[in-house]
Unconditional design. Structure first.
Length: 760
């Protein structure tokens, strides 16, 4: 059982023995590291993969969606087995989601039924539920001794771990034997933050003189609090176990903090220790809510590695490196060299973008409803209802281009929010704190009335939750469902545009369609407008037409040698109209982009006339340093011809509706968004296809690239250079020798591939 949200009763009802799986420090991860090129999968993920591969062959594995890493682990197992790197495990993914709405309950029920079919046989629901409730009641009694100071936090976590692996009769017998413990001494504390999957963490904390009385993470006492009652329908009961979670990245930070503050008051603890373990991106975003809820009660922050010395430092008030304040750059800080653009369209698009944004700011100033949404949120319904909006990631690119990233990070930190955890998605909330009108990019982002995001990462829910709380905006969250089948088509690009209803799981489409219909109703209530189906159909048709122009442009660039343009041109020329998709201007802009590229190709004009090496860029764009892509054109004839932006527009956005269910067709566009770029099986084969289509000699990857994409490229004979750096929070240490590493790559693997291609 991999996931703190999995109901043990589901497995026990079928006569199987559930055992909690956690990272095991004793297992060597070298073999897994070699398979997944582990730069983009954390220590925990690699350790879990190693533990899974080491399981006895007769064991089965059930994985949940408790965080964003576990779907990646399931998909990685699927891809490694598909490619023959590991033997096929007996594994099932149980995608239980968290927002308490009817569509989620229906979705969860379907997923429970699928898991029950995988387990097989007849189920004893009554016996499983009774055993589970008995186990929880005994755990509550024993953990009550900890709250009284009679049980150490270390022993409590050992008991919780034992309860997660022992058969129910043995577990209950052991729990019943724990009685009459003496009172312990120590500084009374509660724990919050990341799940603790290693008892050594609690040992280190208590070795620093703390007495842990409780915690609010998923593997702790929360597992014992809520009994299950079948009420005539055990499937529904199990389907509801993850709704409105009290822990994990999808829990409400303010509600979780308030509950812990009540416990802190009742137990009269000295303080709360907040942990960030294994680069948990969700935990830092709950610090502000926790500090506010605790009031005058102290909150201390600690990060990996958790040692007695680091705990002592945290209690002494030393700030973790993660929380160290930024020094905002002064005016006049040198900027990276500007990139050279080949297309006249880019200047026209930029001018239009400025005019459009000024109009949006004026509308917001006139008290018209204004929305800010993530790039993977369904913007088409906002356009159909006439709500002006800004895409969060576009705003981040403007902040970066204006060299304001460090200053915005400082603004976040000044308000107790992390400045370098998913910073690319946090620039919108940072704009709320803008106080320097002169330096505000493009005059500043208006305060939103509506926010929208698909919960695709562990930090997304917390970022948008904090943004909504501080702005007063209505938050529309769309749950990210996971492709749960073992056998999936990897050449999806050939059928997704027109055959999406056959390629995508119906459960996923049903869920997102319901979410869209709920969101439409909320926007109608907010604006007093009614969605016009004809208007939505027109917008859908415009979007499809726009993407077909991108597909033609992608194909033209891919087949033309030397390339008429590089990614310095195609990235902004794609993305500026993409933020306006569903408008006549965006459709016409995409056509103008294509026509200008075609004219350059026909005239024999090239981004780099001495082109010798063709490169793919894997990951988000370096919007703050577009000159990076041209740095080696003159010296090495190295041209970046392919990025995710134009390629995904060509293959990932088109959804034909044929006059049918428009909302379902729109759902089909967003259900898979993100899968194409980073989900194993989906992403690896597509990147290989794109690299070959563009005749690439090599690929350069950022740290957000999926490890199996890197592996797939290498196995296809495409050399890859992993830069080990983020597109937004730039690591000076990683960049110190960047030029030397790129030159070595161009003169080595990529150069050799180029010479072979040219010889052939």
């Amino acid at each position: 059982m991999l996931g703190s949200d999995l109901p043990y009763e589901l497995v026990e009802a079928f006569g199987q023995h559930p055992v909690r799986l956690v990272p095991d420090r004793r297992i060597d991860t070298q073999a897994i590291d070699a398979l997944v090129n582990a730069e983009t999968m954390g220590v925990r993920g690699r350790a879990l993969l190693a533990a899974i591969v080491a399981l006895p062959r007769e064991d089965a594995l059930l994985i949940s969606h408790a965080d964003s890493e576990q779907p990646q682990i399931f998909a990685t197992l699927r891809e490694l087995a598909r490619t023959g790197a590991i033997a096929k495990p007996d594994v099932h993914f149980l995608d239980l989601l968290t927002i308490d709405r009817p569509a989620t309950r229906t979705y969860n029920r379907a997923r429970i039924e699928q898991a029950a079919a995988w387990l097989g046989g007849a189920a004893d629901w009554t016996g499983a539920f009774e055993a589970g409730n008995r186990r929880r009641a005994l755990l509550r009694d024993v953990l009550g001794l900890r709250a009284e100071g009679r049980l150490s936090g270390t022993d409590a976590h050992a008991i919780l771990a034992g309860a997660a692996v022992l058969p129910s009769p043995e577990c209950c017998a052991a729990l019943e034997a724990i009685r009459d413990l003496p009172r312990r001494e120590g500084r009374r504390f509660l724990l919050s933050g990341s799940d603790i999957e290693d008892i050594a963490v609690v040992e280190a904390i208590e070795a620093a003189g703390l007495l842990i009385l409780g915690e609010n993470h998923g593997w702790g006492e929360l597992r014992a609090r809520r009994d299950l009652h079948a009420a005539g329908d055990p499937i529904n009961a199990l389907a509801a176990t993850t709704l409105a979670p009290r822990s994990g990245p999808f829990s409400n930070a303010a509600r979780r903090a308030g509950s812990l503050a009540v416990r802190a008051e009742a137990l009269d603890v000295e303080g709360v220790l907040h942990l960030r373990i294994a680069n948990d991106d969700s935990a830092p975003w709950e610090v502000a809510a926790l500090r506010e809820a605790l009031g005058d009660r102290p909150l201390f922050l600690a990060e990996d590695p958790i040692t007695p010395e680091r705990i002592a430092a945290a209690l002494a008030g030393e700030t973790p490196a993660h929380e160290a304040p930024f020094e905002a750059p002064q005016r006049g800080t040198p900027r990276p060299a500007r990139s050279r653009k080949s297309l006249d369209a880019i200047a026209r698009f930029g001018a239009y973008q400025r005019e459009w944004f000024a109009t949006v700011r004026a509308q917001a100033a006139n008290c018209e409803p204004f929305a800010a949404v993530n790039a993977n949120a369904p913007q088409e319904i906002l356009r159909a209802l006439g709500v002006p909006f800004v895409v969060n990631q576009w705003w981040a690119s403007i902040v970066a281009a204006k060299q304001q990233s460090a200053r915005y990070a400082a603004l976040l930190r000044a308000h107790d929010l992390p400045g370098d955890v998913e910073a690319y998605s946090a620039q919108g909330i940072a704009a709320l704190f803008e106080e320097d009108a002169e330096r505000a990019p493009w005059g500043g982002l208006p305060r939103p009335d509506l926010l929208g995001a698909v919960l695709i990462t562990d930090a997304t829910a917390r970022i948008f939750e904090a943004w909504a709380e501080r702005s007063g905006a209505l938050l529309q969250s769309y749950e990210r469902s996971i492709e749960s089948r073992w056998d999936i088509p990897i050449d999806w690009w050939d059928g997704l545009a027109d055959g999406w209803d056959d390629l995508i799981e119906p459960e996923r489409l049903d869920l997102f369609e319901a979410g869209l219909r709920e969101a439409i109703g909320q926007i109608e209530a907010l604006t007093g407008r009614t969605l016009d189906p004809a208007r939505l159909e027109h917008i859908m048709d415009l979007v499809n037409a726009q993407q077909r122009h991108y597909r033609a442009t992608r194909d033209l660039v891919a087949r033309t040698v030397p390339a008429p343009v590089s990614v310095v041109d195609t990235m902004p020329a794609t993305m500026v109209p993409q933020w306006h998709r569903g408008t006549e201007w965006a459709r016409d802009a995409a056509q103008a982009f294509h026509d200008e590229v075609a004219a350059r190709a026909a005239a024999g004009e090239a981004a780099c006339p001495n082109e010798r090496i063709r490169l793919m860029f894997v990951g988000r764009g370096l919007w703050s340093d577009m000159g990076f892509y041209q740095r080696w054109e003159e010296s090495h004839g190295a041209v970046f011809v392919c990025s995710m932006y134009l390629s995904l527009a060509a293959d990932g956005y088109i959804r034909e509706h044929h006059g049918g269910n428009l909302v379902r067709a729109l759902a089909a566009r967003f259900v898979t968004m993100g899968d194409e770029l980073r989900m194993p099986s989906w992403a690896g084969a597509w990147h290989v296809k794109e690299a070959r289509l563009h005749q690439c000699d090599g690929a350069v990857a950022l740290s957000d690239a999926d490890p199996l994409v890197i592996r797939a490229l290498r196995e296809a004979g495409i050399a890859v250079l992993e830069l080990g750096m983020d597109n937004y929070v730039r690591d000076e240490a990683a960049e110190a020798d960047l030029d030397a590493r790129v030159v070595a790559f161009l003169e080595g693997p990529a150069g050799e591939a180029s010479r072979k291609r040219l010889d052939d």
